[in-house]
Design a protein around this ligand. Structure first.
Ligand code: HEM
Length: 464
C-alpha cells in the first residue's frame, strides 16, 4: 500500500509560496526535518512534492527519468518561450529533438567553444592587469566573459563589454519580464491574469519574446553573410535545417535565448563564489597557487592546456571547483520539474502534473556524507590518498538525469580556465572595504554572493 505523504499546512491561495521566497533550499531542509525526505506542499495553484537527499532525487530523475522530466505548463511561460527553447519546454518530441541538436552541436563546435574560452581568459587578464592594485567588482567582467562564450559558440561573435549591442542583449535576457515579481506570481497563480496590470504584462512578455527572437535572428543572418571558416551553432543549424521554416527559426532563436539566460549569470556567479571561498580561506588559495606554479611555468600554456582538457596535474584546482560548487551551488533547488504520468518515489504515490522541487542543496550539505564538517570549505575532501581528484556523485550543481544542464561541460571548462589563469597571474585579495563580507549570499533568484570587491596584484608584470 502507498505511504501517506505529509507536508506543511498550506496558507489559503498562496499555499507555501511565502516560505519559498529567499533561501528556499534551507526552508525545505527545515520542513524535511518534520515531514521527511519526500513531502508535499502547495505552490500557489499547483500541487508540489519536494525531494531531499541523493536517493530521492536519483530515483526520480535518473531511475524514473521519463516520468519526472516535465516542466510547468503555465500561460506566462507560453508567452515567454512559446513552448520552445529547452529550459522551460514541455517534455515531448520537440524538447527531445532540440536537446539532441544542442548536444550534437556543442560537440561539433567544441573547437570554437575552446577558442572562445581561451580568448575570454586573456581578456579577463588584460582587464585585471590594467586595473591592478585597485578594488574592482569582478562580476560584470565574469558575466561579459561568459556571455561572450555563448555568443562565440552560437555566432562566432565577441562583443566588447558595455558596447551597445552587448548591453541590449544583456538587458533583453535579464532585465525584462523574468525579473518582474509579476512573472513569478503569474507562474504559480495563473488566475492573477484577470487582475489589473497583469493581463498587460502577459502581452508585454510576448512582445519582448518577439523582440528577442528578432535580435537573435538578425545576429544569425549577419553571421551567415560573413566569410568565416569557424563552425558555430548557426552553421550547424543551417546544415541540419537547409531551408528552415519560421517555426524552426524561432525555435533556434529561443534555444540561443535559453543559452544566454541559463549560461551567463549562472556560470559567472559560480566562479565568483569559488573566488570568494578561496579569498576567505587563504591557505587553500596559497595551495592552489603552488600547484599551478609547480605544474605550469607560463600562463599561456596553462590557459590553452586547461581549455583543451590537458589538465592533468590540476588536481587541487579541480578539488577547489568541486568544493566551491558543493558549498555554494548557484541553483540550489535547480529548475522545477513536473511529472508526466502517475508515478511514485520512495514508495509515495505522485499524480501526473505534480510540480517536483529537487533540493540539490540537501545533497551538497548532507550531514552524514560530508561529516564531520559539511559547512566547511575543504577541497582536500575531493582528493584521494595520492592527491588525485575524485569526482563525487553527491555534488550535482547541474542536476542529474534527462533534463540535467546541457551546458555543463562549457561551464566547467570556463570556470576552471578562468580560475587557474587568474590565480596563476595575480595575488588576489579582498579589498579592505569587503573584508567583512560573509558567505551567506542572497538566494531570491540565483544563489549569489553579496557584492564585494577584490584587488588583483600582478605576479609577473609585462607578461599579458
Ligand atoms: C555553473 C554554471 C551552470 C549551472 C550551475 C547550471 C545549472 C543548471 C541546472 C541546475 C539546470 C536544471 C536541470 C534540471 O531541470 O534538472 C540547468 C538546465 C539548463 N542549462 Fe545550465 N547551468 C550552468 C551553465 C549553463 C550553460 C553555460 C549553459 C549553456 C550555454 C546552460 C544551459 C542550460 C539549458 C539549456 C538547460 C535546460 C536543459 C533542459 O531542460 O533540457 N547552463 N542548468
Amino acid at each position: 500500500m502507498a505511504k501517506k505523504m505529509d507536508g506543511p499546512t498550506p496558507w489559503p491561495v498562496v499555499g507555501s509560496l511565502l516560505g519559498m521566497i529567499n533561501f528556499k533550499e534551507k526552508t525545505l531542509i527545515e520542513w524535511a526535518e518534520t515531514y521527511g525526505t519526500v513531502f508535499q506542499l502547495k505552490m500557489g495553484s499547483y500541487n508540489a512534492v519536494a525531494l531531499q537527499g541523493y536517493d530521492a532525487i536519483h530515483e526520480a530523475f535518473v531511475a524514473k527519468a521519463k516520468a519526472f522530466s516535465g516542466r510547468i505548463d503555465s500561460e506566462i511561460l507560453q508567452k515567454f518561450r512559446n513552448g520552445k527553447g529547452l529550459f522551460f519546454a514541455p517534455y515531448g518530441e520537440f524538447w527531445s529533438n532540440w536537446r539532441s541538436f544542442a548536444k550534437d552541436s556543442f560537440s561539433a563546435v567544441h573547437k570554437t567553444i575552446n577558442e572562445g574560452i581561451i580568448a575570454e581568459a586573456f581578456e579577463l587578464m588584460k582587464y585585471f592587469t590594467a586595473n591592478a592594485d585597485v578594488p574592482v567588482d569582478a562580476l560584470p567582467h565574469f558575466e561579459n566573459a561568459t556571455m561572450n562564450v555563448v555568443l562565440q559558440t552560437c555566432f562566432s561573435l565577441r562583443l566588447d563589454e558595455n558596447s551597445p549591442k552587448q548591453r541590449e542583449i544583456y538587458n533583453l535576457t535579464y532585465d525584462g519580464a523574468i525579473s518582474s515579481p509579476k512573472f513569478s506570481l503569474l507562474l504559480f497563480l495563473p488566475w492573477m491574469k484577470w487582475m489589473p496590470g497583469f493581463c498587460g504584462f502577459l502581452r508585454e512578455t510576448e512582445d519582448e519574446r518577439k523582440k528577442c527572437v528578432k535580435v537573435i535572428l538578425d545576429l544569425a543572418d549577419q553571421r551567415l553573410n560573413e566569410q568565416k571558416s569557424s563552425q558555430d551553432l548557426v552553421t550547424c543549424f543551417y546544415q541540419s535545417y537547409q531551408s528552415p521554416s519560421e517555426f524552426d527559426r524561432e525555435s533556434f532563436a529561443l534555444l540561443v535565448q535559453d543559452y544566454l539566460f541559463a549560461g551567463t549569470a549562472t556560470t559567472a556567479n559560480q566562479l565568483l563564489w569559488i573566488l570568494l571561498l578561496l579569498l576567505k580561506n587563504a591557505k587553500c588559495l596559497k595551495k592552489l597557487q603552488e600547484e599551478l606554479d609547480q605544474t605550469f611555468t607560463d600562463v599561456g600554456s596553462l590557459i590553452r592546456d586547461s581549455a583543451e582538457g590537458k589538465d592533468q596535474g590540476l588536481n587541487y584546482a579541480k578539488a577547489v571547483m568541486e568544493e566551491g560548487t558543493r558549498l555554494r551551488p548557484i541553483a540550489p533547488t535547480s529548475n522545477m520539474h513536473t511529472t508526466t504520468e502517475d508515478t511514485s518515489v520512495a514508495g509515495f504515490e505522485i499524480k501526473k502534473g505534480t510540480v517536483i522541487i529537487p533540493n540539490l542543496w540537501s545533497v551538497h550539505h548532507d550531514k552524514i556524507k560530508w561529516a564531520p564538517d559539511p559547512e566547511t570549505f575543504r577541497p582536500e575532501r575531493h582528493l584521494d590518498d595520492y592527491g588525485n581528484f575524485q569526482k563525487s556523485d553527491h555534488v550535482m550543481p547541474f542536476s542529474v538525469g534527462w533534463r540535467s544542464c546541457v551546458g555543463q561541460r562549457i561551464a566547467e571548462s570556463e570556470n576552471l580556465v578562468y580560475l587557474v589563469a587568474l590565480v596563476k597571474s595575480f595575488d588576489i585579495s579582498l579589498a579592505e572595504e569587503s573584508n567583512d563580507i560573509d558567505i551567506t549570499g542572497d538566494s531570491t533568484t540565483l544563489l549569489q554572493p553579496n557584492p564585494f570587491k577584490v584587488v588583483f596584484k600582478e605576479r609577473f608584470p609585462n607578461q599579458v
